[in-house]
Design a protein around this ligand. Structure first.
Ligand code: SAM
Length: 263
């Protein structure tokens, strides 16, 4: 599913800044259709689903609201994603989040002490993510509690699937664990899916090529690969994991290559 998207300015004074962002993230400034737009407002970027004006625009701000709360109070070792990555055992793995999306899981891992690289292939999601991390890191300079934000890096837009051999720049990151959370097709039917995830699903579509990610992730990770799936979904690439961590709605399939070094 390819949706058209343009980067637009909410007011004439922001047009030059919008043009600069469009250049930086290789986004179009004019609509080819009328599905979505990424609108630059004085508060930052927001993703609007033009056919569904009743949906709140999707904004990404890690410094306030639900996400900040989750990191300050709920975030930590008890989060299933953190346990699946093995952080609870004291070692702080260097993680590539290779399907970064809105960066929520990736930031949770950084908050738990991991160094995290975020890789996202969709240009508009990549722009939202990159700007939100930049904003968090600017905010961090004023707040000691946000020191963990320095451990996050958004990589240039891309995908593990764009390469038949892993590029040396990724090997140099010395990745302990790769985390995968591709869009699962059946999620679209669930009434429980949050509105911002629904916008994301409609923009990005199901990641039908997701099975190809597992062998690439296993080749890159030194110690383990973790795959997030809906509880009843089949294994990615039909491959049985070594172990699983369960949360209310998700299953984290853990593919072990080698144990972490003793912390
Ligand atoms: C379900 S979302 C991830 C949500 C994320 N875990 C979070 O916490 O916000 C899946 C994202 O992975 C991206 N994606 C899927 N396949 C990818 C690939 N091969 N390379 C890079 N990004 C990919 C999609 O564009 C989408 O933004």
């Amino acid at each position: 599913m390819t949706q058209s998207l343009a980067l637009v300015a909410a007011e004439p004074e922001l047009q030059a800044a919008a043009a600069e962002l469009a250049r930086q993230y290789q986004l179009s400034l004019t609509h080819q259709g009328d599905d979505f737009d990424l609108e630059l407002t004085r508060e930052g970027l927001q993703l609007r689903w033009l056919a569904r004006p009743e949906y709140q625009p999707l904004t990404l701000d890690y410094t306030r609201g639900r996400q900040a709360w989750r990191q300050q109070l709920g975030g930590g070792k008890q989060e299933a994603v953190v346990r699946a990555l093995g952080v609870a055992h004291g070692f702080r793995p260097r993680v590539l989040d290779a399907t970064a999306g809105l960066g929520r899981d990736g930031l949770m891992l950084a908050h738990a002490g991991c160094n995290v690289w975020l890789l996202e292939r969709h240009p508009a999601i990549h722009a939202l993510l990159d700007q939100a991390v930049l904003h968090l890191q600017q905010h961090q300079q004023l707040h000691d509690k946000l020191n963990w934000a320095a451990q996050v890096e958004v990589l240039p837009r891309g995908s593990l699937l764009e390469h038949s051999d892993i590029p040396s720049r990724w090997l140099e990151l010395d990745i302990d664990a790769v985390y995968l959370d591709p869009m699962f097709p059946e999620r679209e039917k669930s009434a429980a899916v949050k509105k911002d995830m629904q916008i994301l699903q409609h923009l990005v579509g199901p990641d039908l090529d997701a099975d190809g990610l597992l062998p690439m992730a296993l080749a890159l990770a030194k110690h383990r690969v973790v795959v997030k799936r809906p509880v009843k979904a089949p294994f990615l690439a039909g491959q049985k994991p070594s172990s699983q961590v369960l949360s209310k709605k998700h299953r984290f399939d853990v593919y072990m290559k080698a144990p972490y070094p003793k912390a």
